[in-house]
Structures are given as structure tokens and as C-alpha cells.
Write a protein that binds this ligand. Sequence first.
Ligand code: GAL
Length: 958
Amino acid sequence: MTSSTAADYIEDVSPGSGALPPRARYTTSDAKSLSLNGSWRLRVSATADAEDDSFAEEGYDAGDWAEVAVPGHWVLQGHGSPIYTNHLYPFPVDPPHVPTENPTGDHLRVFDLPSEWPSDGGAVLRFDGVESCARVWLNGTDIGEFKGSRLPHEFAVGHLLKPSGNVLAVRVHQWSAGSYLEDQDQWWLPGIFRDVTLLHRPPGSALDFFVHASYDHLGGAGTLRVDSDVDGRITVPALDIDVATGESVTVAVRPWTAETPYLYDGLLTTEGERVPLRIGFRTVELSDGLIKVNGKAVLFKGVNRHEWHPEKGRALDRETMREDVLLMKRHNINAVRTSHYPPHPDFLDLCDEYGLWVIDECDLETHGFTEQAWRDNPVDDDRWTPALLDRAARMVERDKNHPSIVVWSLGNEAGTGRGLTAMAEWIHARDRSRLVHYEGDINCRDTDVYSRMYADHTEVERIGQELDGGTHKRRGLPFILCEYGHAMGNGPGGLADYQRLFESYERLQGGFIWEWIDHGIKDERYGFAYGGDFGEELHDGNFVCDGLLFPDRVPSPGLIEYKKVVEPVSIDGSDGSVRVTNKHDFADLSAFAFQWSYQVDGETVESGPLTVPPLAPGESAEVKLPAPPVESDGAESQWTVRALLAADTAWAPAGHVVGWGHIPVTARPLPYVSATAGPVLGERRITLGPASFDARTGELKSLGVVDVTGLRLDVWRATTDNDDGASWQTDVRHGPLWRKLGLHRMRHRLDGVELSEDALTVRTRVAPAAWEIGLATVYRWTSDGSRLRLTVSVAPEGDWTVPLPRLGIRFGLDASADRVKWFGGGPGEGYPDTKSASLPARWESTVDGLQTPYVRPQENGARADVRWAELGGLRIDGDPEFWFTARRWTTEQLDAAAHRTDLTPADTVWVNLDHGQHGIGSQSCGPGPLPQYFLDAEPAEFSFVFSEAAFSETPETS
Ligand code: GAL
């Protein structure tokens, strides 16, 4: 027997009932509004039907209920726990059914109308986002229910309002039929997580309106027409526009672009309301197989942005949104894909204002159906189509007046099906002024852009060369990587190589890094928690931490790298001049000032302004540098030329660096030590110049007053997320292979300690148990009496089928070693395929400051191309340059740590000096490192010269 219950709506595939038709969202108007954000009463039940709906009645006493902040998620406020899965549904897949255990949050708020609330007209109650399904009562009347978590829903409530004591009751279910459409890779976080607002609707107020503002790049004119459900007038004072709604007007305008986000203030005046408009004139079109704005092809330097705050989840305030936009602008990012749902509408206002191209994506993902070969996928089942169309309409209608949005996206990873086609058809018909995107539509049947995620460099190049085949339609379309550069942990690697391709082939219109921010949850136990930390039955661990920002919005090295790779001006040079290229699509270089500086041995000796013409987009010029200010005197010398903001902008102050180039002048003399001192054998020690060694093992013990422990060859690094790779990858994943081969447990066999007249030679074989592979390793020490030179020779033995993680030496210094100075790449970390942003100069740090705090600890912090470094009373000169790393824990401890809090400093500072590091790549979801960044196991020889440093950590004694 089947019986229907009051909660049937939860498993109903329809979008809901009672809500008003979707319409344009605007933030301000002269109509009154009342924010219902704040503290609400909350009662959480384990099932949808544990409690009846009497709480919605007036007079209900909720005095003993908990309190919850709205906007917010109750699971982040002490009631239940968050769950993280990538694509697996955390409940049995039996659409549209959901589990009986369905956490349900009854929310209650009593409010009075402000005394000035008008008595005429109506009122609308607006929910900007509730996950995943809500039923709403006002003053005891059931006004409807809805799904579509990140979409707005409005209800007409004027007839129900009282001057005081209004009871707003909202029952929120964590799981609903809608959950099947919301299988994005993120935390499942139920709650009323966006604003709740009561809007007065005066008689004759605006309803829906559509601002059409195009730009004719040939004539420089903008055409404005505002279609409005309620007639009125449109005024734009700066343009002398005063026209009726529905009427077109064409005038000369400054166009809007992401680089030059010019907005005109306008006003829509209907009989009962005045709605301020921010109008940006621009035309988006598909022309010559390219996405063009105002007649020009654009190059997206984008990121995928989920909404995230480490304490508030997806309940973001405007300041946090602004911080995101400012961080993007300051890091040369020009585009955002709102993966994978329409963001809080304020974010789009900010994109209009500061200038970012936006792909607005619908709240739709059914990825979990991939586990059953997409059988029963809602997007290919007509019963669900109304829900899909409702989602498309709620996105487009809400957001259509934002000039920043150039592309609509149907959703993400939802397979293929008739429902998607219906969405695309509806969107195309409703808004012809923008393009439609959906990555899953591989043949571009319904879409206007060929889009892929994580395609490797080779394939992207073939697509650029138009050698990729595909349907006739697809061959005529532009290409974007809607996701690439998986920024999980250390990395992503290979960004500069992608950018070179984007800049070489017209068809490639750029990409969007996955993703903007790590979704770590602030947690006393771990610093930041990730999947599994809340005891979830199913979870995907730290795959939720794959952003360019750490959860607290501190930029990770990946963001610094991306900023350099996508800089809007390139500066290269040789022989006393620089070639400056304007890489903007629209803006000339007049906003930038240029500055040269000249370094000798990494130290800046002089700097000055450089005059660069205000090049048009795409133009280059050769600019002469001044004569070198000093003789290099046998030292390495170089120019650094920077492009800075000439004046304050909305997003950064004057002086903010947007791009730079480094131009070598004279090369570094390699450190030379004449082997004039010979080793002397004592009772237990061998001395050689300033150094003393263990006579039996040949191990270095001290250099002058500096004690050294455990110096030996090292090939292991705490594998990165990209080394480990994703389990589904079909290419070789080096992390697991390295571990299988025992590269983390190499044994060091001593084959001989030899003293000759001018050298101490220690022969070893470094190899893992169980395998025939090994590295014959010879340490040769020489000295001129004050300095000590080590030459390490490594010869692989056996059949090495894998590259090495790293190749170099490691040793321990006393924990008092803290200050580090170096001449080499910095200020941040760099690895073979992540070091575009690593600028060779003099840098200083503490040992702690060298660490990059990845949420899941892993190899980090190497400084690239180091000529010399000083630490703990030692100076180390490299022959050739080396990678420098120092940390207060061992690689083994780093490797074993699951969270930042697992790492605690001990009494040794461990230093790695590496001749080589293996590339990083992006295999945690994308391709591994390119072959040129492999650290192949092959014969190698490298040297370091050790001496006592000019600056010493040793406390001064009197
Ligand atoms: C993509 C997906 C994203 C995210 C990413 C991996 O397949 O679209 O939502 O899961 O992989 O982090």
C-alpha cells in the first residue's frame, strides 16, 4: 500500500510550488526592504517527519530551541557534521528517493514590520539560497516549498503580513530529490545559507526587466533597450538618455570590458519604484569561430570559484566576496567560472564593478550516476526536465543584467541528455546576447564553445592546430579548458606550458584553473579539516583542498605562479634592451609605470624609471636600458624590469607589481676551491681543512664551530598530491611507484673510506631492500684550508624505470639555525615546472617562513636556482645552482603527517640541497609533469662548497 504524506514534496521531481516566477535580481531600490538575516531558532530532527508542523503556528513556544545564524549551515554551528564526497552520493542511488535519515532543520523567526513599512502594495519574501529543500509558512499559512539550493525563490506574502509578531517558519531538509541534481564536488552543507529578505512591493513597482546594452565596436556606439514587465522610463544622466522602457537608444559610449569595466549609472523608474541600474555596454558574439567581445577575441585567464569560507562554509559575506575579487584582480586573473552554481548575486555586482569575465554556471550536477554508466540520469529523463528548466530560468532571469556574464553554463558533469538540450534551447531563446557552455557536450550539439577539462598539453596543442577532428560543428568552435591546472597541494605544474599554447593558437581561448580556494574547515584538532575528519562513512579526503588559496585566503605558491604566467605585460630582454609586449585584449599600457633595477650578486645597486610607450593591445616595443650602473667586478649581474600600476586603481594601489622580467648580464663565477689541504687521520676523526669526519664512516661531523649530522644522499620527498595522482589515472603515477620501489627507505651501504693526498673519498651504494636498483654514490671532499668542497657523483645501477623524486644531499643542523639568506629563486617555493614566479635575487627568511603550509602536509618549500645560501653559521655555494630546502622536521615526518598539526619542531633543522627535483604536474586530477621536467635516474655529478658564514646564529659572547 502506498500512502502519501505531507512530506511528499521532498521526493517530488518537480521544482516546487508556490514560488513566484523568476525575475531579475537587484540589490537596491527605493522600495522598502527588511533583512531577515540574523539569529533564528533552530530544531534539528533526524528525519523529515520526526516533528509535525505545529511549530509554524502563531504562538508556538520555541524558547528551548537552539539558536542558529542565518545565513548559515547548521552543521557548521554545532548541530550534526558536514560530509565531503567528490562525486559519490552519500545515500543510496534510487532517484528520486532519499534516506529516511534526513536531517531536518526547523527554523523559526518572529519579526515586526518597521514602523515606516507602507500599508499599501504587496510584499515578497525572498530566499537567496537554501540547501536542499525548504517548506515555508508565514503566520501559520503554508506558502510553498522549493528546491534548487543556490537559486533564488520568492513568494508573495503581502496578504499575510501583520505589523508585528510575524512568524516565519522554514523547514529545511538536507536531502531531497533536488540532491540528485546537486552532486557537486564539495561539502554537503544543509541550511539557509544565503540572505532572507522581505521586500515591499509598492503599487506599480518593477517586476522583471532585461537590460540590453550592446556595443558597436566599429562605430563606438552603444545601444540600450530595457524591456520591463511594468512600463516605465530609463534614464542615464551621463549619456543624456531618457527613454521609455522597451525603446532603443543609440549613443556614443565607453564600452565595458573586464579590463576596462566602465559602468554607467542609470535608473529604471516605474510608477511605484526607482531601481538603480549599473549598465555596461558590450557585445558578445561567436564570430570567425572565436568568442569575441566588442569585436575582439578574448583570452580567458580564469579560475573556477566555489564559494568558500573556512568557518561559514558557503555563507559568504560581501567583504569576503570582495576579497576574492580583489585577490583575483591583483593576481592578473581576468575570468571566473562560477563552478558549479550561480554565486551569491553580490559577487556578480563585484565582477561588473571591478572587471572579470564570468561564465555563470547553473546549479546542476549528477556526477554520481557515472557509477551506473549514467543509467537513470535525471538529465535524460523527461520527468525531471521541468526541474532543469526551472533551474536554468532561475539562473538566467536572476543574473541577466550583469555585463560581466558572457557565457551561460548548463551545469557540470551531468552526462548528456534531453533535459540539457531543453535547457540550452530555452537559454538560447531567452538570451541571444550570450553564449552557452557545457563541458559534457563533447560534440557541442547544444553549446557554442568546445570545452574540456584537464586535457593534456599535447591534446590541447592538437586542438589549437585544428587537428582534433570531431563533428563539423565542433570544428568550427573556439576552445576553452573549463578546468585545468588542478591546484591540489603542491602545484599545479605546467601552467606556463599551457599558457604558451593558449598564446600561440587563436582557437585556444584560455582556461580556468581548478580551483580558487581550498575548502578546508577551520578545526581545533587539525588546523583545517577535510573529508573524513568528521567520521563520514564515504569521503574523498583532501581532494576538497585543491585551490590556489589556502582556506584562510592566504595565496598559495600556485597563485603566485599563475599571476606570473598570465601577466598582462611580458618583459624579456638581452644585450642592453628589453622587449615589452602588451598582452591585454583591450587596454593599452598607459596604466603602468616601468622600473628597472640592477643587481650584482643578487643585491640591487641602483634602480630607476624606464619609459615605455603606451603600447596598444598585442603590440611590442624594444626599449633600451641605461648603461649598467656599475662594473660587475667578476660577480653575477642582472637587470630586473618591473611593470607597476602607475596610479591607484579600484583593486590595488599605485606601485602594485603586475609583471616583471629578469635579464641576465654577466654570469656567476663558479665557486672554486684549490685542494691544498689534505685529510689527516686521527684516532676517531679525520680532519680536512675546517672539517672533521667520523674516521670509520667518513661522515661529516662538523665544519668549524658548526655541528653537522646525518649528511648523505637523499632521493625521497614526501609525495605531493600530484605525485600520488588520482586513483583513476591511467598514466603511470610516480608517487605509488616510488613507494613500491622503496625510494623512501633507501639503505646506505658503506663501500670504502679513502684518504689521498688531497681528498677524502667515501664510496657508498644507496639502494632499497628487495630490489636490484641502486645508486653508486661517491662523496669526494677537498679543502683549501678554510673552505670545504663536496663533490657527489651518482651512477644508477640496475634497471631504473622510474624517475627520482629528488637528487641531492640532506643533513641536520642545530635547531638554533633560524635565519636563512640566499641568492637564488624566491621569495616563494619553486619546482621544475612551477618556477616562473621564482625571481633570482637576494632573499631572507626564517626556517619557519620557508614552509608552505599545505593543508595535507607534503613536499614543499624548495627555493629554486640557488647560487648560495647561508644558514646556521654555514655558507653553501653551489656548483651548479641547487634547490634549497630547510625544515624543523624530517622528510619522513612530513610524509607521515595528515594535517598541519601533526608537524612539531624537534631539535634539528633538516637541510636538503638538491641537484634535481622531479616536476610537479597536475596528476591529482590532470596530466603528470611534461617529460622535460622528469628527473631521470642517470649519472650525475654536483658540488657544494661549505664555509663559515659571515653572519652566524651563534649568540655573541662577551
Ligand atoms: C572535475 C569537476 C570538479 C572537481 C574536479 C576535481 O571533474 O568538475 O568539480 O571535482 O574535477 O577536483
